[in-house]
Design a protein around this ligand. Sequence first.
Ligand SMILES: Nc1ncnc2c1ncn2[C@@H]1O[C@H](COP(=O)(O)OP(=O)(O)OP(=O)(O)O)[C@@H](O)[C@H]1O
Ligand SMILES: [Mg+2]
Length: 457
Amino acid sequence: MSDVAEQVQTGALWRTCVDLGTSASKVSVCARAQDGRGPFLHPLKIGSFTGEPNPYLVQSAMLFDRDRIHFGIRATEAASHEECISELLQSFKMFLAARDVEESLSLKLKRTTDPSNLFTQRDALTLYTAYVLSLTERAIKREPRLSNDAHISQRRYAYPIWGPDTKANAVVARLFDEAQAIVTELGGDLVEADSLAFEVARASLDRARSKPGFGRVEAGVFEAQAASECHFAFATEIPEFVLVFDMGAGTTDFASFRRAGDGAARHLEEILVARRTLALGCDEIDNVLVAMFIDKTPKASPASVKRAFWKRLKVRARQLKETLFREGVCHATSQGKKMTIRLNDLYRDKGFRDFKASLRGAYQDCLSRVLREALAAGAQRVDVIPAGGGAMLPFVQNMLSSPGATLRGQMRLRVHPNIPGWIENGDDADRLGPIFPQLAVSLGGAIAPLRPSEAHF
Ligand SMILES: Nc1ncnc2c1ncn2[C@@H]1O[C@H](COP(=O)(O)OP(=O)(O)OP(=O)(O)O)[C@@H](O)[C@H]1O
Ligand SMILES: [Mg+2]
């Protein structure tokens, strides 16, 4: 048995959970507290070394531009320079959602993303994972509440749409092994150097492929289950029926659970008929916003100007959307012309209204499936757990608590606040509050009890 496996069995080990999000990656740690009491569960400041706007979030972005690879916020910044010739690589997590994962990973990156044609989708995922693991090691060392041996923690990762038995899980464990070899070889370079040379990355990837390291992957945890475990991590009681609504950047995931077992054996059992993934998330609002700005450009503008404007908007879209929801208005400039979009303009847009209708339809569908189960079991209430960055949006909060005719007065609905009580009372509540829904998956994944099929060792 490996050292790590042995320590897992004796319960002496720390555990991190990596949530490679479509827009932002997060890592949380669950550890035995220094004073020996209760578990210490906290997100890690993996974004604090590289100038990410929020220390707990690292942008899931890479840029393969003119012989150098950039990661996270540095990729986004480099992509907005005039002289940049490549498109920013985002949403790479979706490479794993393909029906044939091996085939998807073996594909070369699009030429517009990697004009050198040197890297595959698998390479991109492996390098980005190595980057996040490097940041994680640093964040653990800097966290005063963790002891020095935390860097040998076992690792979990959160998995989205695919099931626990699918090939993707084996692939992810292997990617972590290869990423670990790269972390060991390149060490601080991944984080300290502003970018990585193509040939250094290529050589390191090839060596890692033939001689992987030990990624210490204990298990994958289903994202939606992780989100609900996060809310009930320190609760004395858990509700009988739970519907998780996780609206991330790329997808909106619905999953439902029923309480099972008693005492220490209590756990959440999934109601499989109420699982659903909508291939639309916050990115769709970004797309609508970009299209609205492009519509505002003068009809006579040359195609090259429109294209350059579109490229700049794509890189800034998330930021523009967040400003729009925070301040009620956002602006962009093309050829000296300032354009303005207000929240009401967005709400009136057909693309946005269609998106909202799809979201509501999926929510009503899943809710009615859970309700049927709950009614049959004689329950009187269904609890809704909001998660993901989309949970911060006012129209989403509104929709969750007013699902329309679905309830038909037969059942009570309790929509939980975005932040569970255990963190509300903690010392970090103010800083974590606005981003808590984004952190819920990594936090819950670090503390969740495992289903036997999820464990890797
Ligand atoms: N206050 C806010 N206002 C508007 N949008 C927000 C806010 N906070 C976060 N978002 C949006 O939430 C999205 C990120 O959410 P999250 O981190 O849950 O997604 P993800 O985990 O990266 O994606 P996925 O789960 O689909 O892989 C981004 O589109 C971001 O702009
Ligand atoms: Mg997510």
